[in-house]
Design a protein around this ligand. Structure first.
Ligand code: AHR
Length: 335
């Protein structure tokens, strides 16, 4: 039998790598549209950048708005965007990144579903000299040179803003159900932390139950239905995002309670449906978290591919909306 020399073994490894790249390109997650410019609105010129965008999924209105913002900005700048929807699975995001590396993209934009588990794939991107721009969620890595920059809201501050608003509204006395986001995700961890810090000096602000609804409307409804049976005495809901809050509102109504009056509902994101609920009086407060990150993300990509050093984090500033300002803002909401 013929033995392999180091040379032909390398050749075979190279062939295997090419085949892997082809397989990954052709068989990525089902919503992977890794071909042409987003929206097909512009034709990339010879010098156009090719950028891979690994998105978490489409769990709610906020994330859809973020995806649209990135796609629209890519189209505007003539960027050849390769988009992958990971369908809420980290393994799919990792596969997509490997596929982007194999295709030799100029840069990668990553919205990381959870904080941990990124080192190996980001090391592969670094080795391939492909800068990675993180959008909306942070990660935990020992070596922060594994990514170029993070563009995101301050989720701890958002949780604190929600707590401050609720303390004022209830004179510091509330029996609270907390709806958490996806376990391990930066906004779930930090919004919980910020809210707890916000209420810590108010002994009558009590979280009686805290459970994940996975940032989804259906999750918020199911969790609220279950928790209402155990805690019918609840006077407030703190939800880590609007979609779960809107699901909880439905559950409250079906249980014969009046959301916004019997039970105060405070949430985060500021999506249009939340504004409609604020105006209708079913929701009481939403802390904005801006998903329109396309322009900032591509500014960062363009600088990173030129080798410019970027700030490690750029914080997007958010506002608080309630009955006092929601109606005036509703016609201006872009997401
Ligand atoms: O990372 C941002 C959060 O993720 C948004 O609050 C939420 O709606 C989304 O799923």
């Amino acid at each position: 039998m013929k033995s392999f020399t180091p040379f032909n073994r390398r050749g075979l490894l190279g062939l295997a790598a090419c085949l892997t790249a082809l397989v990954l390109t052709g068989c990525g997650p089902s919503n992977d549209s890794s071909s042409s410019s987003a929206g097909g609105e512009s034709k990339p010129s010879a010098k156009a950048l090719t950028v891979g965008f690994a998105q978490v999924g489409a769990e709610g209105a906020w994330r859809t708005a973020e995806t649209e913002s990135i796609k629209a900005e890519a189209a505007k700048r003539g960027v050849n965007l390769k988009f992958s929807d990971a369908q809420s699975k980290q393994e799919n995001e990792i596969k997509a990144i490997r596929s982007f590396i194999a295709q030799g993209v100029d840069a990668i934009i990553l919205a990381p579903i959870v904080e941990t588990g990124w080192e190996p794939v980001l090391k592969e991107a670094k080795q391939a000299k492909i800068p990675v721009v993180l959008v909306d969620r942070g990660i935990k890595v020992d070596d922060d040179s594994l990514y170029a920059t993070l563009i995101a809201s301050d989720f701890v501050a958002e949780g604190k803003m929600a707590a401050d608003w609720l303390i004022k509204k209830t004179d510091g006395k509330a029996t609270i159900i907390e709806l958490q986001g996806t376990p391990g995700a930066a906004p779930a961890i930090d919004r919980k932390k910020g809210f707890e810090e916000g209420i810590k000096d108010h002994p009558d602000m009590k979280i009686v139950a805290s459970q994940s609804g996975d940032f989804r409307r259906s999750g918020g409804k199911q969790v609220m239905e279950a928790l209402l049976k155990v805690h019918p005495e609840v006077t407030a809901v703190y939800s880590h995002n609007d979609d779960m809050a809107l699901g909880a509102i439905q559950a409250l109504e079906e249980a014969g309670k009046k959301p916004g009056t019997d039970v105060i509902v405070v949430s985060v994101d500021g999506v249009q449906d939340a504004f409609k609920a604020l105006v209708a009086g079913n929701m009481n407060c939403t802390v904005e978290c801006n998903p329109l990150l396309g322009p900032m993300a591509f500014d960062a990509v363009e600088k990173a591919v030129k080798g410019e050093t970027l700030p490690k984090k750029t914080i997007v500033h958010d506002r608080v909306f309630d009955v006092s300002n929601a109606a005036a803002e509703l016609p201006n909401r872009k997401y």
